[in-house]
Design a binder for this molecule. Sequence first.
Ligand code: ADP
Length: 265
Amino acid sequence: LEINLSPISQEGEEWSGVLIVLHDITAVRRLERMRSEFVANVSHELKTPIAAVKGFAETLLAGALDDKATAKSFLQIIFDESERLNRLIGDILELSKMESKRIPLHFSPVHMAEFVEKSLHMMSKEAEKKNIELIMEVESDIYLEADEDRLRQIFINLLSNGINYTQESGKVRVRIEPFAINPDGDYERLKIIVSDTGMGIPKKDLPRVFERFYRVDKARSRSSGGTGLGLSIVKHLVELHKGTIRVESEVGIGTKFTIDLPVIH
Ligand code: ADP
């Protein structure tokens, strides 16, 4: 709490009262703290892959290069970690652009059945590797006014999480439900539901999964190439479309993300 005192004086008189201003600065403080935590997290996240690249390159230079098999596996690690760095920096830039509202959205009507089919197709290679079935439940003739590139990013992030955090032979499903039918019989809102039959998220972690760099299982997220930023990007993009997102999950059963969006902007 910030307190300011200033005397109130009327003409001729010395002073007739005191103006006390109480200013609640907790919100400001919280924002400052969040920002500095973010910077600390970013540095930490960037340092890890850089240390790996440096360490393995050093070992190669010190002689490991002579053993072809070892050299190859070290180079693969260097390559993978450089890719991770690339993704991380891309995601961080994306988030900071969104937070400063510097991304203009280009709205156009998106035919959802075609769009979902294309998005699932983009993920089909990943899914096949784990024999995961991708299921689509979208009626034809549903349209959503959206920025198509951003909408694709939302889908790709949720689908790749669904595939990453689901065991072999599981299922990932996309369902579109129109609702809020107006007197003309048109729907005004859509629910986009992305669910999986995966490992689930413990109750205590659920409220935090949209936070930047929050991961339930750091090792698993890293080994699957995760940056820990996917869901916070999704949340921002949904909000830029004036929508909301929530998550329900049961450990060992699966996870369900529900996005609720207005159809027209
Ligand atoms: P990451 O890059 O680690 O996947 P995200 O922001 O996309 O980061 O997700 C945050 C965390 O939420 C993940 O690390 C994971 O622990 C958990 N999570 C996200 N999606 C799912 C899912 N479909 N099933 C189980 N856990 C999930």
